[in-house]
Design a binder for this molecule. Structure first.
Ligand code: NDP
Length: 659
């Protein structure tokens, strides 16, 4: 356990003094069990077991996507043919807002230069859509909530609830006058680069509030920024009998409080008091919602395919004095705290003397498989690297399994709630009431021994060879993988660059970016993703880094062109050489990810399909990984580039005179 889950921080003895080794016999037994459990879950249909809601027009799936939060009150720009914007940002979540704020603060543009486009009817991104009961961010609010220094806001708790995160998004929009610059209920279908206008033509469709009326139009933009978030497209399993179930049914990411009663602010779900409720899925979202459902439902059935690993949360209210004295300690404190957090995730050695966040993330050094670490691994070092990571992970994994025994009274149920895979294989969860919910007489775990639910009937769910009748059915089955496909494809946008180059075609030949934010052939387009970027469970500093970097690139380019061609349009494009170099540096570090081989299926490994790739496919996939030396190194490299030059090395910057 970490020494201290408090806000003061503490020394992190597990990391500084090393881990107790697990004896070889236990380790080998456990690895065998990992393998057996994984084999139960591998299935030939891999990713195609799911319907991606962004790619279907089947009404029985489409109805799940409806925006439950649009009450028509949010102000929005109206889509009009031929409108022209300097900066068009796709995404009104944290990322899109940060991009806009840095254009204003760092590059000196006006809010009027910007339009923020989103399918939602409000700001917040993930925190707009996801409003299930109990929703919170499992990364410390002091480092996750954006722009705390600039807004002067003190989060209420160490881990912020969803509503407060949405409020912070609205606060940012208001503070930088972006609330009048959003075009909501709008989706972009295609962006096409036009050399003759040195800009983008953008096809968009705006939905009217209430009703199915839509307007389709084409606008122009000098710059496009794709900032859709990493998990923005919910998915549902393809199941026999889909559409048959007669009761109310909805996704956790589109919670229907009309069915359950209550609201996000007060999730008193009194309409469930006489209902038998089923929830499918036991990932990070379900872990947060289940304790609330358990409290309000007459009976709750939790359908489990793979148990989540659930570590300590230790939620607490923010102490104002602590906040002033030890947390918001002066200019730059938030980034310094984020960097401190990232260093523990990357298992940097020697560790920093104080672990400021000091929670269940910062005592999880084996997660460095996914975040990258300070040390680059050579091909010949892979076996040792994998063995070391298992060694590092096992005491934590054992502790989490022991935690299930401590908290769940029924030993048979406890056994079924234990996670048998290394910590890096699935998104970990953190909660102090989830496991205890299974002690309640009205809660039943329907474990499916790795097989999942098999179908639907008019009255319920088929699993384990029988039907479980339910009155209300909730799908908590996750989101489409956020790193597959090109930046355009990840937002459902067809992107056509110079000379008719389709971004998806370029990506199918291998990911290639300059600094993770732009790619050759697609001028004046920037994006935020996970490929080739510093990774961390806390995505905010990565987004902040992208936003600063792009603002700097655009302001330096504008200055340069303005000196000699004051009336020309600025065109910025990554050079092929620069993106090849960046991609090579990512590929060199790909062996860091080697322990992912043999993981239980999840969205992290494309439901196991990454293990079945041919040598050729592996070579193609290698440059899609994260920046191998970790988030702090990624930020250092980009910061150094910014400080070093107004030369904009790696970019081709030109001025184009347009009549
Ligand atoms: P997940 O992908 O984590 O979980 C989906 C669940 O659905 C899994 O338990 C999966 O089982 C299960 N499932 C899928 N198909 C079936 C089936 N046919 N039968 C039974 N079960 C099935 O989605 P979540 O929405 O829970 O979380 C997604 C991500 O969102 C997280 O990983 C995290 O990154 C993010 N998140 C972040 C939070 C935060 O605090 N920052 C909070 C909540 C979510 P199996 O495991 O076997 O595939």
């Amino acid at each position: 356990m970490p020494a201290d889950n408090g806000v003061n921080g503490g020394a992190n003895p597990q990391i500084s003094s090393g881990y107790e080794a697990i004896d070889p016999a236990t380790a080998s037994k456990t690895q065998k069990k990992y393998q057996e459990e994984r084999n139960k879950r591998l299935r030939p249909d891999g990713l195609t077991q799911y319907i991606n809601l962004g790619d279907t027009d089947d009404p029985s799936y489409m109805r799940f996507q409806k925006d439950p939060w649009d009450d028509g009150t949010t102000a929005s720009l109206t889509l009009k043919d031929n409108d022209h914007f300097k900066f068009l940002i796709l995404g009104a979540g944290i990322g899109g807002l940060l991009f806009a704020v840095r254009l204003i603060e760092d590059a000196g543009f006006q809010p009027e230069d910007i339009v923020i486009v989103d399918a939602a009817a409000g700001f917040g991104g993930a925190w707009y859509w996801n409003r299930y009961p109990g929703i919170m961010c499992d990364v410390e609010s002091y480092i996750y909530m954006p722009l705390l220094e600039e807004t002067g806001y003190m989060p209420k708790h160490k881990y912020a609830y969803g509503e407060e995160l949405r409020e912070q998004a609205n606060r940012i929009a208001w503070q930088w006058s972006l609330d009048g610059r959003a075009m909501f209920r709008t989706v972009i279908s295609q962006c096409t680069w036009d050399d003759s206008t040195a800009g983008w033509t953008v096809e968009m469709t705006q939905r009217a509030f209430a009703g199915d009326t839509t307007t389709t139009a084409s606008v122009r933009a000098d710059f496009i920024m794709l900032v859709p978030g990493l998990l923005n497209r919910p998915k549902l399993p393809k199941l026999p009998g889909w559409g048959k179930f007669q009761g109310p049914s909805f996704m956790a990411s589109r919670w229907d409080y009309k069915v359950t009663g209550g609201s996000q602010e007060a999730p008193e779900m009194s309409k469930l008091q006489d209902k038998r409720v089923g929830i499918i899925g036991t990932g990070a979202s379900a872990v947060q919602a289940v304790p609330h459902l358990a409290q309000w439902s007459q009976e709750l059935l939790v359908f489990q395919r793979t148990p989540a690993s659930v570590d300590v949360r230790a939620q607490k209210a923010t102490d104002e004095q602590e906040w002033k004295q030890n947390i918001s300690t002066g200019p730059g404190w938030q980034m310094a705290r984020s960097r401190n957090f990232a260093s523990f995730l990357a298992n940097t050695q020697p560790p920093e003397p104080v672990d400021l966040v000091s929670d269940s993330w910062t005592s999880f050094p084996s997660f460095s498989v996914l975040t990258g670490g300070a040390k680059t691994i050579g091909m010949d070092e892979i076996p040792d690297h994998v063995a070391n990571l298992y060694q590092l992970d096992m005491p934590r994994a054992e502790r989490i399994r022991a935690r299930v025994d401590e908290l769940v009274h029924d030993q048979e149920v406890a056994e079924k709630l234990k996670a048998w895979y290394p910590g890096w294989c699935k998104r970990p969860a953190f909660h102090d009431e989830y496991l205890q919910a299974f002690n309640r007489p009205n809660v039943k775990l329907v474990d499916t021994n790795g097989k999942g639910v098999k179908g639907l009937t008019e009255t319920g769910v088929i699993a384990n060879g029988r039907t479980y009748d339910v009155d209300v059915l909730i799908w908590s089955t996750g989101f489409e993988q956020g790193v597959l496909g090109s930046p355009g494809a990840r937002c459902g946008v067809k992107v056509i660059g110079r000379a008719g180059l389709d971004m998806e075609d370029k990506w199918s030949k291998g990911v290639a970016t300059f600094h993770a934010i732009c790619t050759n052939g697609f001028p004046n387009m920037f994006f935020a993703g996970a490929n080739q970027a510093g990774a961390s469970p806390n995505y905010t500093p990565t987004l902040e880094t992208f936003a600063r970097h792009i603002a700097k690139i655009i302001s330096a380019s504008t200055r340069r062109i303005g000196k000699t061609q004051p009336t020309a349009k600025v065109v910025i494009e990554a050079t092929q050489e620069a993106e090849q170099d960046w991609s090579r540096r990512v590929m060199v570090g790909a062996p860091t990810l080697a322990p992912m081989a043999g993981c239980t299926p999840s969205y992290y490994n494309a439901e196991g399909s990454l293990d079945n790739m041919s040598r050729e496919e592996q070579m193609l996939a290698a440059p899609a990984g994260p920046w191998p030396a970790g988030l702090n190194n990624f930020m250092d490299v980009l910061e150094e580039w910014r400080s070093r030059n107004d030369e904009l090395e790696g970019l081709h910057v030109s001025g184009v005179q347009v009549d």
